[in-house]
Design a protein around this ligand. Structure first.
Ligand code: FES
Length: 129
């Protein structure tokens, strides 16, 4: 069952990514790479009245990193900036509904790392991921 869910959610988002693209201009924009493999994710946000009005992601990478970034965009749309900042790794993993082993954890959290770095404006998103 877990394997089936893995295929369904990860592969669905990988093949049909949600909110793929670039926002120009954007209120928050950041990109980073997974140093282990060089895969890249960029996330752009437009915020109105403290809420994420529009979000887009772009980049290239493995199925997990791309699917997780796609899932993440669905999680943040419509949320307040503070709510987005409060999203943690476990929240994202829960949405992915797939067992992610230690070797793939940086794949799954690359988009979240980029998002947090973009919102902090610091350009550093490692924090507690
Ligand atoms: Fe590069 Fe997954 S192998 S992010």
């Amino acid at each position: 069952m877990a394997d089936q869910l893995y295929r369904e959610i990860i592969l669905d988002h990988y093949r049909n990514p949600r909110n793929k693209g670039i926002l120009d201009p954007a209120d928050f924009s950041h990109e980073d790479t997974n140093p282990l493999c060089g895969d890249e994710v960029r996330i752009d946000l437009r915020v109105a009245d403290g809420r994420v009005e529009t979000v887009r992601f772009s980049g290239r990478g493995c199925a997990i990193s791309m699917a997780a970034a796609s899932v993440l965009t669905e999680m943040v749309e419509g949320k307040t900036v503070d709510e987005v900042k409060a999203i943690g790794r476990d929240d994202l993993l829960e949405e992915l509904e797939a067992p992610i082993g230690p070797a793939r954890m940086k794949c799954a959290t690359l988009g979240l790392k980029v998002l947090k770095a973009g919102l902090s404006g610091a350009g550093q998103g490692d924090e507690d991921l």
